[in-house]
Design a protein around this ligand. Sequence first.
Ligand SMILES: [Fe+2]
Length: 303
Amino acid sequence: MAVTAPSPASPFAPGNDAAYARWRDRKLAQRARTPADLVVEVRDPRELSAAERDEIVRRCRRDNMAIYASRVTDEDKAVPRRLGAQLGLATLDTNFLADEDGITSIAVSGAKAGAGFIPYTTHRIRWHTDGYYNPPGLRIRAMLLHCVRDAASGGDTALLDHEIAYILLRDDDPGHAAALMQADALSIPARVDDEGVARPEAVGPVFSIEPGTGDLHMRYTARTRSVAWKDDGPTAAAAARLLQILDGESGCVLRTRLLPGMGLVCNNVLHERSAFQDAPGRERLLYRARYVERIAGTERAWE
Ligand SMILES: [Fe+2]
């Protein structure tokens, strides 16, 4: 598989130590310390004011994510669709479980839950980035979640900026970052994915550098079944360290709960969902949209 040469100035390029050190120090100094640092109050995500949009994009440049808080709790998929459009997100990754407009309702109901596809059950969803089973040519660069109703209990969201994960790994051992940039680091065998879609085998890197902009992309799942890591020492060590970071006490994981009217806007950062319980009249419903584009205005934030 061809690996595109990274932008020579990108701090993510292995061996680019001076650029990395400069970017790293600034990133760690500025990063969100608490979920509250990510939150932007908005009147209506379907019609952001220029100031609301600027605040969202500013956080996405800094942390690759923002959380908006609104009072809009209608069952209206125009919320994620119109929000996405205002952030330069146009190309939805559609699958057959998404409704016709390409925006997926994540809830425990219907055949998908009955068939045991994890997002549609009450189970925990372990750390991942969206679309890790997509072919390398179909990267998911941005993802939106909008909460219509939260669960009666649980259903919390844990978040980690994938650039911070990269820093923690590279600081621990530059070999970890290099191992996870190998073009055959992580293979997902041909299978029916978590959402019931038949997929061909997908072989690719965990970390990759976007041609042109030098931005970092991450493709990851913490699942252990139906996943094949490259069978060498450096890859195994890096994968083990990454899981330790995600489940450990780095102090960089942000844990929160999306309440009705709130949502996550992100450049497909690492995320995890805890198990939850519904109650009659209190059935969790989130809308999810996945996009090929990155959030407009967040390119080359490393410069
Ligand atoms: Fe996800």
